[in-house]
Write a protein that binds this ligand. Structure first.
Ligand code: ADP
Ligand code: MG
Length: 247
């Protein structure tokens, strides 16, 4: 039996009277890889904003870890420090620094590479840097300036910087956007490996990418779960076909 790491129940949030998240319930185990799909505006990004504390729900519970702490009582930085990492669509690596320096900065603080850039600069663990670089496929690029990397490589570096902080839950929003087919393949492999030891939630539109992730899929629609199960299971669901696939 896998332990539940994160549980949302009865979560709702409205923006100017519009219910972006509507009585949403969701659970993920540890370790687990989960894909979230759904039409534009379904609430996928808002769902991640709620978990990371960027958006506060009007109702509901968001419970994390074996001590069942409520994330609703924590600040964004407390949530990040408690082991929830998030990768946004646009990579935010330090372009003037090398791949090695970026990873070293991420490693020299348990959570929060930006804090390190501002306050501490002690690179740690050459071995761990190389391990991470190998993990993300950048072992031959350690001395390159990050600004010279391809879009896909920057995304991997950012994932590596998040993995350096060893999150228990990693949230990744639309990683495949702008990637070549080969980069997409590498990214699915990377996320699958990362999810062997932690919970990873991936929001993605690209069905081929989701198929390669080969994991349980949650379909969001109008801020609620419309269907959940294997990709084959949810893509046969009539409601899913009507609101998402049929269009
Ligand atoms: N901060 C916000 N203020 C107002 N409306 C928002 C805000 N964030 C999201 N929304 C609205 O909530 C809905 C869900 O958005 P979002 O979570 O970004 O969807 P998705 O990521 O599934 O495309 C959309 O209608 C969006 O316009
Ligand atoms: Mg979105």
């Amino acid at each position: 039996m896998m332990n539940t790491l994160l549980e949302l129940s009865g979560v709702s949030v409205s923006f100017d009277g519009f219910r972006a998240i509507n009585n949403l319930s969701f659970q993920i185990g540890e370790p687990e890889l989960r894909a979230i799909i759904g039409p534009n505006g379904a609430g996928k990004t808002t769902f991640m904003d709620i978990i990371t504390g960027k958006t506060r729900p009007d109702e509901g519970r968001v419970i994390f870890g074996e001590k069942s702490v409520s994330l609703l009582k924590m600040s964004e930085s407390q949530i990040a420090r408690s082991g929830i990492g998030r990768k946004f669509q646009k990579p935010t690596v330090f372009e003037a620094q090398t791949v090695r320096e970026n990873l070293a900065m991420a490693l020299s603080n348990p959570r929060g590479p930006f804090d390190v850039l501002l306050h501490r600069k002690t690179p740690t663990g050459a071995h761990r840097i190389e391990e991470l670089a190998a993990e993300i496929g950048l072992i031959d690029h350690l001395t390159r300036r990050s600004g010279e990397l391809s879009h896909g490589q920057k995304q991997w570096l950012e994932i590596g910087m998040l993995l350096a902080q060893d999150p228990r839950l990693l949230l990744v929003d639309e990683p495949a956007a702008g990637m070549t087919p080969a980069e997409r393949e590498h990214t699915t492999d990377l996320l699958k490996r990362a999810a062997q030891t932690r919970a990873v939630v991936v929001v993605e539109h690209d069905m081929e990418f989701v198929r390669r992730l080969d994991c349980k899929v949650t379909v969001l629609h109008e801020g609620s779960v419309l269907a959940e199960g294997s990709l084959d299971h949810v893509t046969k669901n009539k409601d899913v076909i009507d609101v998402y696939l049929g269009r």
